[in-house]
Design a binder for this molecule. Structure first.
Ligand code: PNS
Length: 183
């Protein structure tokens, strides 16, 4: 009986939702998605309309960018949602929410959010992944600040994102870009 249950479980596709603002997507986010695909069959990157943050890019622009970034990864689905995250998740076949943790400073916010989501729906769990050491200092907020002041963000975000940031802030190409760095 237990064996049958195990076999049944093995045929069930494991889907996880990775929600966020992704304003813009960074290599830190991409690292979390890639590592999540080692555990889950499908990862849905879900871009929220409703967050406490003022966005630089529209949800449409963020969808385009994230889709382009994962164009070569069939197991990644890119979507957007309005309203509560738990309501969105309930309309998918996912049972798990993924969040990245960079530092202890993230913990309080994440703990509150995961606890509230679990209170709203006790059948949903949040799985936290520690950000890889190369990206623990990378956040969308600091990327936007550095880019807005003309700093180079190549190596921390995909080339397409660096390009979109320069366009948004109406900045000229960086020296690295002028020297022929790829998109
Ligand atoms: O990348 P972020 O900005 O840290 O992601 C925050 C996000 C989008 C996961 C959170 O704001 C969210 O879930 N928004 C949807 C509305 C909602 O469910 N709010 C209650 C969360 S306790």
């Amino acid at each position: 009986m237990a064996q049958k249950g195990k076999e049944e479980n093995q045929s069930v596709s494991r889907v996880a939702i990775y929600p966020g603002s992704f304003d813009p997507i960074t290599y830190g986010h991409i690292d979390i998605v890639e590592r999540s695909l080692e555990i889950f069959d499908t990862v849905i990157v879900a871009i929220a309309y409703d967050t406490s943050k003022n966005a630089l890019f529209t949800v449409k622009e963020r969808m385009e960018t994230v889709k382009a970034v994962f164009a070569h990864v069939p197991n990644v689905v890119v979507d957007s949602f309005k309203g509560l995250l738990v309501h969105y998740v309930e309309n998918t076949n996912a049972k798990v929410i993924i969040r990245g943790l960079r530092a202890t400073s993230d913990f309080e916010y994440e703990f509150h959010m995961a606890s509230m989501n679990r209170s709203l729906n006790p059948h949903l769990d949040t799985v936290f992944m520690m950000t890889s050491k190369d990206y623990f200092f990378v956040s969308s907020r600091t990327i936007k600040e550095v880019a807005s002041l003309g700093g180079a963000v190549e190596g921390l975000v995909p080339g397409l994102v660096a390009k979109r940031l320069r366009q948004k802030f109406r900045l000229p190409v960086t020296k690295k870009k002028a020297l022929g760095w790829d998109d």
